[in-house]
Design a protein around this ligand. Structure first.
Ligand SMILES: O=C(O)/C=C(\C=C(/O)C(=O)O)C(=O)O
Length: 289
């Protein structure tokens, strides 16, 4: 593991918040173990091993029932660890893969059978090299027959330039980590309002109200991020997802306590109805329907 990154929390606290029956951790990863699922030679970071057994143990400990496991850049387009976890979890997990443009229909069918329901387009420059938009568009065409959607990961300054490309994608789009707003600018700043306007004018766009631990300027206090998460849940209650982002790769500021992340949920979704949509209805409609 890269020496300056922190491993995931060995003993997270038990959350005070009781998630509703069937709650879904809709953004998490499995890493390695490296001796069985090696990391990509062109990766930009090396995480600590974070195997499926630890993820499923955390799921149960936090009071959740299902996972949506997202391929991370450290495994590149080798989705073997992801597929292994999906096959082990059966109906309790779905996946988001990262694929090459040359992927075959048969390879896609195998992934779909395992539980993959989306591909991920990563635009975060510290994680991946630039992929030509034509390549992403060709992948978007290939997944259409399967009915998969597209998860996108970008940083707030990139949104304006990405909008024309995102508008070309005629499928559901799910934005990771709220498009990574700069929380020092406040909810009313033009940057976050641009994201809200983008979601308002495109009902195909969903958002993950995730990663206060990455966005906060006051770790491990996440109060500066809550207004952003809460605003999205209130404005788009039927198009929000929540996740732990376990095992929290590339964290340097602190080691997130997953139990404390769960306890942020009632601050952003203060009613049982909003919690049901955020944690059960929305992810079930998108990944298990
Ligand atoms: O885990 C996350 O979702 C966030 C990060 C990493 C990745 O998503 C990835 O490697 O694909 C990050 O911001 O470093």
């Amino acid at each position: 593991m890269d020496p300056d990154y922190l491993p995931f929390h060995a003993n997270p606290s038990k959350p005070e918040f009781k998630a509703p029956e069937g709650a879904v951790d809709a953004h998490c990863h499995v890493f390695g173990p490296a001796d069985k699922f090696p990391y990509h030679p062109k990766r930009k970071y090396t995480p600590c091993d974070a195997p499926k057994e630890k993820l499923f143990e955390l799921r149960d400990y936090l009071g959740f029932s299902r996972n949506v496991i997202v391929q991370a850049s450290c495994h590149g387009t080798d989705n073997a660890a992801l597929v292994d976890a999906l096959e082990n979890a059966g109906e309790l997990a779905r996946g988001v893969a990262v694929v090459d443009p040359g992927i075959t229909e048969e390879e896609l069918r195998v992934m779909d059978k395992a539980g993959v329901r989306a591909v991920r387009f990563n635009f975060v420059k510290r994680l991946v090299d630039t992929t030509p938009k034509e390549v992403f568009l060709s992948i978007a065409e290939k997944i259409k027959p399967l009915g998969w959607h597209i998860v996108v990961y970008f940083e707030a300054p990139d949104l304006e330039a990405l909008i024309p490309f995102l508008n070309e994608l005629d499928t559901t789009i799910v934005v990771d980590h709220m498009g990574r707003p700069d929380v020092t600018k406040g909810v009313e700043h033009a940057d976050f309002q641009r994201f809200i306007d983008f979601m308002t004018s495109n009902d195909k766009v969903w958002v993950k109200t995730t990663c206060p631990e990455r966005l906060t300027q006051t770790p491990p206090d996440y109060r500066d991020v809550v207004p952003f998460m809460k605003a999205l849940v209130e404005k788009f209650p039927d198009r929000c997802l929540w996740g732990t982002d376990w095992p929290h790769p590339n964290m340097k500021s602190h080691t997130p306590d997953d139990g404390k992340l769960v306890d942020v949920i009632p601050q952003i979704a203060p009613t049982a109805e909003l919690q049901q949509k955020l944690l059960v209805d929305n992810p079930m409609r998108l990944y298990w329907s």
